[in-house]
Structures are given as C-alpha cells and as structure tokens.
Design a protein. Structure first.
Lengths: 161, 490
C-alpha cells in the first residue's frame, strides 16, 4: 500500500505539472491569431481533460483497499529518493561537462570526464582508463572534425586545433 | 541483364561498399542520421555517373538506417530518430545477454524490408506514386491522429497516460514559430525557442542518457567478459519463423514510405504498434519480443526504398533524404517526374539492381560485424556510462552546434527517466513530437479548404475510413471486455 501511495504521489505531481502547462498554453494562446491558436487550444484542452480524468482515477490509490488484491497492480519498487547518490553524481558530472564544453573545449573536457567519472563510479584500472579516455576523445574529435566536418568546441586548444 | 552487369561493375561495387561502410558508421553515431549522411556525402557523387551516384546514395541511406539499430540494440541509444522503436525490444534482448541474436534479427528484418521496398519501387513505382496523390490534408491529419491513438492504446494498461503523453508531445511542438502562420508561440522572448524544441536532443536524452541513469546503479557489465557472442545466425533464421509480421510490416512500411512527410520515424512506430496490437503475446512487447524488433526494422528497410517512389515518379520529395537523391540526379541533368520510369529505362533498371545489391551489402557487413559490435556490452558499466554521456552530448551538439541543444538533452534525460519510472509511455511523447507539425499544418489546411467545416473529415473516403479505424481502436478494448464478461457470465 505504501509503495502504491508513493507511486501515486509522483503520478499526481506529474499530472499536475502537465495540467498547469496545458492551462498555461490555453491561456497564453488567447493573444495569438486565429489559426495560430486553434490547434494549441484544442490539444491543451484535451490534455487537461485527460489529466483530470487520470487524477480522479489515481485518487483511488489513496483510498483504503477493499481487499489485499487492491494493493497490488503496476507498482514501481519503493525507493526513498527519486535519484540516488550515483545518479546524482552522473547528473552533476553531466551538467559540469556541458557547462565547461564551450569555454574549456571538447578534448580537455572529454578526457577529464572519461577519467573522473569511471574513477568515481569505482573503476580503478588506470592502465585501461588512461588510454581509453585519450583514444576515445581524440578519435571522436578527429572523426567529427575531419570526417564529418563538424567542429566540436576547441576551447582552450583553439589555437592548436 | 545488361543493367545487372552494369550494377555489378567493379566501380559500382566499390561505391556500394564505401557507401555501406560510411552509412553504418554514421548511422550508429547518435544524432547524425540519414539526412546528415546523405548531405555530407552528396558532394562525393559529383564525379560519379548518375546511376552510380544513386547506387552510392542508396547504399548510404539503407546502411545508415540499419546502422542506427546497432546502437539502439546495444546501448538503448537510437542512432537515428527512426530507430527509437528498435530500442523497445532490441535493448531488452541485449540486457538478457542476447545481443548477437538481436543484431541478427534486426539485420535480417532490415534486409527483408529493404528487398520488399525495392520490389515495390521497381514494380509499382508509378501506380503507388499516383495513389499518394489521393492523400490530402484531411487524411494527413487523421493519419497523425490514428498513429497517436494506436500508440496510446498500445501502452500496457496505461492508455490514458499514453494519450496524455501524446498530447504533451504535440504541445511541445507548438513551441517556436507556427507551421501555419509563422507567428512566434511560447518562446518566452528567447531566440533559441523560435526554432522550436529540437527532436534529436530530446530523443537522445530521453532514451540514451536516461538509460545511463539506470545503468549507473548496476555494477559489472551487461554481458560477462569474454562471453561468446552467439545467436547471430539463430536470430537471422528466427526472422523467417514470423512471415506474417514480416509481410505486414513490409507492406505498411512501403505504404507509409510513399506518403510524403510521414517517413521512417512514423513508419517504425506505427508498424511496432500494429504488430503489438495484432500479437497474442502483446504483454511481452517491450521485454524483448522478437516481433517487436522485426516490425520496426522491416518497416525502416521498406521505407528507405519506397520513400523514393514519389520523388522519382512524381518529382515530389516527401522527405529531406528524398530531396537529396533528387539533387544528385539533377546535378547530372536528369529530370524526375511522370516520365522518369519510361524515359530512363536502362538507367532505372540499373538503379533498381544497385538498390537491391545495396541491401545485401549492409546485411552481409552487419552480420559479419555483429559479434564485434556486441563486444561493447562486455564493457564495465562504470566505463560504458561515461561513454554514453559523451555520445549523447556529441549527438545533441552535432546537428546544430548549439550548446542549448545539449542542455535540452540533459533536461529530457531527467524528465524521461522520471516519466519512464512512473510508467508514462515515452513512445507516445516521441510520436507526438514527430507528428505534431504534420497534424497541425494539415488540420489548419483542411479547415481552410472546407471553409471551417469539419465535414471534410467525413466526406472523403480515405479520411472516413481512418475515422472508423480510430473509433474501432477505442471501442475494441471495451467491446472485448463486455464480450468476455458475457462469456464468463454465460
């Protein structure tokens, strides 16, 4: 029952966010020209109604179960937090990687992330890790730069590359 | 016969092989896709003959769409947007240690679909092109709605969530300039949003990086190190145990391919859903069902050839990829259109043979390379996760070289992970994104044509048939329940 409630709470939050977005879209489209607002209004209304219906159905999860079978269903295993420590590390690393990609450049950033992230996640075989980080980063940069003519950010190495 | 010999000339074979290798490589790299591959390789055709250039580009196109399935199956990272549906059942097979089998199935299914598409191109090209002209704005709109409804209804016990996700996908396409009037909508004063939210970063984030968020919690590797990658040939043979899904997906893929504007993305989704609805074991779809992998790959193979039918027979490119083929022909002074098949008999035959051989080229290379591709699943997750992160970032960045696309990809990863964990079907969101502009544009055009009357959707035979299909799709589960209840009560 606790698991079902936990899942239902997240469901309710997601549905409320989508309802808010659709209500905003409906209201904000009021100032558009007729043809510009027509379809957004139809779709946002439909989404709002469907979310309301789903909310009403989800609310049943908060009612006490009539029998033990009511507690089962398509449950998600209980987890205390939405994201755990390892996932937060990955996300933090991703944000840092993206933030530094332009100023520092693809090569230094990728080499750093391919060294630091595996190490943080528990991989300690440096003899594998160092060539892995160097080869992958350089190979990708070269393939995109010279094969596909896509210049990945050069950053601090812009004079050299 | 002489056209077959011309297609088999050493020079054409070299072009075909080169196109296949380049296509597989570009296809397997997330974010690039067939349009990019064709655009970047088009200049290479300047020095080729018209026939060779079409053979080369066909090899690139087919191999690229096939190559996208490799990263979908092995890393849950769709190489091309069309390969999203391949992830649904391909990746679960890899998780079960059946990467070789999955690659065998996808390669063979792509080959069968491709051969079917080429046959349709050769035998029915003109007739199918004429048929595509019967599809107007009302039909396009209803096709998009039918696609969304089918995908939503196929979501396991979550049809309402599916419809909400499809609607959310449509809502995301409203951001940016209106496809109808060009007015800015929901841009919050930013220049970035004027072009709308880009499809590729969202797909990469919601599938690839969201999967990295799952993998990061798992120690070890997906497959044991030094485990023998087997099952490639078994997967190849297994495909032929499912003749009905093969034929159904080939036919559907061909039909969707000839309809301008729908293309590979819609074809792979729609065939997947049709196959799921038709299957008795639909509960196992999404968990590594063979038919769930056969359907999208066969359709993708079929679309790669059938999408060229309206381009060659009518001179109407239905997609960017087809437009690039036309560019290659126009560089050589060849006019496409009604007389293309009749005026260029020998050349058309050679092109058809070349397209046919190109299908075998990627299939042979794919089957030979499968066990080497599958080795990536032996990589420890602590190395694989950073690699997926890097591939996702490069994929999101490569198309437009905008760092904001990468930020969108990151946001899509977190949102996609949360939605997936709570069983909100992401496939519906993605299909909404694919079909959003098509649906809005054609809805407005249909309303303009009918002077604002909805009668246009009911008075045209194809659109009326589509309405019936949509109604039946919604009514069928309820009718089935009622029927079952009556049976048990009786």
């Amino acid at each position: 029952m606790k698991d079902t409630n936990q899942k239902a709470v997240v469901d309710v939050v997601i549905l409320l966010v989508i309802m808010l977005a659709s209500a905003y879209m409906f209201a904000a489209s009021g100032s558009f020209a007729d043809e510009t607002k027509l379809f957004p209004r139809i779709v946002s209304t439909a989404v709002f109604v469907c979310c309301a219906a789903k909310l009403a159905l989800t609310a049943r999860a908060f009612l006490p179960p009539k029998d033990s079978a009511a507690a089962s269903g398509d449950e998600v295993p209980a987890k205390k937090a939405l994201l755990n420590r390892r996932q937060l590390i990955l996300l933090a690393a991703s944000v840092l990687y993206v933030a530094l990609l332009n100023p520092i450049g693809f090569l230094p950033c990728t080499i750093a992330i391919l060294l630091a992230l595996p190490y943080t996640l528990g991989y300690r075989r440096w003899k594998v890790l160092i060539p892995f980080a160097l080869l992958i980063s350089i190979a990708f940069y070269a393939i995109f730069r010279y094969g596909f003519y896509i210049k990945l950010p050069a950053g601090v190495l812009s004079g050299l590359l | 016969m002489s056209s077959l010999l011309t297609a088999l000339s050493p020079l054409n074979l070299v072009y075909m092989l080169a196109g296949t290798v380049l296509g597989i490589l570009i296809g397997a790299a997330p974010g690039l896709g067939p349009v990019f591959a064709l655009a970047i390789l088009l200049p290479m055709t300047y020095s080729m003959s018209a026939t060779s250039s079409v053979i080369f580009l066909s090899a690139v196109y087919g191999a690229c769409c096939y190559g996208g399935s490799i990263s979908s199956i092995l890393l849950n990272t769709p190489g091309t947007p069309g390969n999203v549906a391949t992830c649904f059942d391909g990746y679960p097979m890899t998780r079960r240690g059946e990467a070789g089998r999955a690659l065998g199935i996808s390669t063979t299914a792509s080959l069968v679909g491709g051969l079917f598409g080429v046959a349709a191109f050769a035998l029915l090209g003109n007739a199918l092109a004429q048929l595509s002209l019967k599809i107007g704005a009302a039909e396009y709109f209803l096709l998009a709605v039918a696609g969304l409804c089918l995908v939503a209804l196929a979501a396991k016990g979550n049809a309402l969530k599916g419809i909400i996700m499809g609607g959310l996908g449509l809502m995301l396409t409203f951001i940016g300039r209106s496809v109808v009037t060009g007015d800015k909508r929901f841009t919050f004063g930013t220049v970035y949003l004027e072009d709308g939210l880009q499809f590729i970063p969202i797909v990469i984030g919601a599938f690839a990086l969201a999967q990295a968020l799952v993998l990061v919690n798992e120690k070890g590797a997906m497959s044991a190190a030094d485990s023998k990658v087997s099952g490639v040939m078994a997967g190849t043979k297994e495909v032929f145990k499912f003749p009905v899904p093969l034929v159904r997906s080939s036919v559907l893929g061909t039909i969707i391919g000839i309809v301008p504007g729908l293309g590979i993305n819609a074809a792979s989704f729609i065939t997947y859903v049709v196959e799921k609805n038709a299957a008795k074991d639909k509960d196992t779809f999404g968990e590594g069902n063979t038919k769930g992998l056969i359907a999208p790959q066969t359709a993708i193979g079929a679309v790669t050839s059938s999408a060229l039918i309206p381009a060659f027979a009518l001179g109407v490119p239905g997609s960017s990829s087809a437009a690039l083929f036309l560019s290659a022909l126009s560089i050589h002074g060849i006019q496409t259109g009604y007389s293309f098949y009749s005026k260029n008999g020998d050349m058309v035959s050679t092109i058809i043979w070349g397209m046919l051989l190109a299908q075998f080229a990627f299939a042979i290379l794919g089957l030979l390379g499968a066990k080497y591709f599958a080795k990536i699943t032996e990589m420890p997750n602590s190395l694989l996760v950073p690699l997926i992160l890097m591939l996702s970032v490069v994929g999101a960045y490569a198309t437009r070289r905008q760092i904001m696309d990468v930020a969108v990809m990151l946001a899509a990863a977190v949102i996609g992970y949360c939605l997936e964990r709570n069983k909100f079907p992401l496939s519906c969101l993605i299909l909404g994104l694919i079909l959003g502009s098509l649906a809005e544009d054609n809805y407005c055009r249909a309303m303009r044509l009918s002077g604002g009357s909805w009668s246009i959707f009911f008075t045209r035979p194809i659109s009326f048939a589509l309405i019936i299909i949509i109604v039946v799709c919604f009514a069928w589960p309820l009718l089935k329940k009622l029927f079952n209840r009556k049976q048990t009560a009786g």
